[in-house]
Design a protein around this ligand. Sequence first.
Ligand SMILES: [Zn+2]
Length: 123
Amino acid sequence: MTNKQLNTLCQKWQKILRLQDWDVTASFCSAKDMTTEGRVAETRINFNNKTASVMILASKERPMLPGKNKIWGTLSTLIHELLHLHIEPFVVKCPEQDIDRTQVEQGIECITSGFMTTIGEDS
Ligand SMILES: [Zn+2]
């Protein structure tokens, strides 16, 4: 998949997830571009102007899914990152409640998994 195809997929899923009012750019990247080692993807979000940059590790660098004989999928990773745009404002606005990052990630992953069950194949 090319960056152009990834952005077309991103626009499609922005509509499905009601994020059309966001200006999101998606691109494949190398592990050295991530701010935290070991990440499969990373999203830089600017809530003030509703822009985001989704970076997904190139498939050749992506690790295997735990317990499965395949790498992390592009579509499920993209959906996961886009869902952060909905969830992160709650995390940012409620710092005194000490929201657990693991719970945030698990919640997003459960919703993503629900979409993938409906969609089927990931690539
Ligand atoms: Zn996440």
